[in-house]
Design a protein around this ligand. Structure first.
Ligand code: ADE
Length: 251
């Protein structure tokens, strides 16, 4: 996978590329990455990348010429690349979209700043607009990092086996089960017995139950949208009976 990020703050990515799983993926050659300074494509003595909005109003808008020139320069080297603009108006980013993007060979991220980018860029130079949530950031850089991070960990060979199991569980649209490590008792709280038992099928059952109940309590919307397997329905029935018996005993 090749990532190219177009930004007026390329230094923001120096630390990002240099740490954790991204750094390892770069070192192992599963990922290549570069940043392009949009300002390098701006004209004039001041190399302006923004200007006042037509029609008035507050804030500045990113000028189309430097953005178009930067995008065209990058695309000419990588014509198959998908060009993504980070914007609050984009398609909501989720695990499904991360999986789709992970199947591309090459992604170009365009990071807007100020009030946004000139609309003619969105219309003519971008394949996909992505939002990482219903809030407004000061620029697309942090959003691009979130997308690159989520995509990188899905690339073949990037995560070790242990991490992949985690990913499997998330891709089933359930929240993750709880995690514990040593010591077996911390501040009087014990690690659940079953996790120390070495009984792998009992552990898998416990984890599924934990995931389901946590999803029910915190993100019931996820459960409503997704089909349930019989083993999952059995767990929910068990909890339903438990809750009904508590209610009966109090009324
Ligand atoms: N730029 C500003 N806000 C954003 C958001 N929520 N998602 C993606 N890019 C953005």
């Amino acid at each position: 996978m090749d990532f190219t990020v177009l930004t007026i703050f390329p230094e923001m990515f120096d630390a990002f590329w240099a740490h954790g799983i991204i750094r390892r993926a770069l070192n192992q050659g599963q990922v290549t990455a570069s940043t392009v300074n949009i300002r390098d494509y701006a004209e004039g003595r001041h190399k302006m990348t923004d200007d006042r909005p037509y029609g008035g109003g507050c804030g500045m808008v990113m000028k189309p010429e430097p953005l178009a020139a930067a995008i065209e320069a990058v695309r000419s080297n990588s014509p198959q690349a998908l060009t993504v603009l980070l914007t609050p108006q984009g398609r909501p980013f989720d695990q499904g979209l991360a999986e789709e993007l992970s199947r591309e060979n090459s992604l170009i991220f365009v990071c807007g700043r100020y009030e946004g980018v000139d609309d003619r860029i969105c219309d003519n130079h971008v394949d996909l607009e992505i939002s990482i949530g219903d809030y407004v950031l000061t620029g697309g850089e942090v959003a691009a990092m979130a997308v690159i991070d989520a995509v990188t960990r899905l690339l073949p060979g990037v995560l070790g086996n242990e991490d992949s199991a985690w990913q499997d569980s998330f891709s089933r649209d359930l929240l993750e089960h709880g995690h514990y490590t040593r010591p077996p008792e911390f501040n009087g709280e014990k690690v659940p017995e079953v996790l120390l038992s070495g009984n792998h099928s009992a552990i898998a059952k416990w984890r599924l139950e934990y995931s389901l109940v946590k999803t029910l309590l915190k993100r019931s919307d996820l459960l409503k949208e997704r089909p349930l397997e019989q083993s999952e329905l059995d767990i929910l029935h068990k909890w339903q009976k438990e809750i009904e018996s508590i209610i009966r005993s109090k009324s």
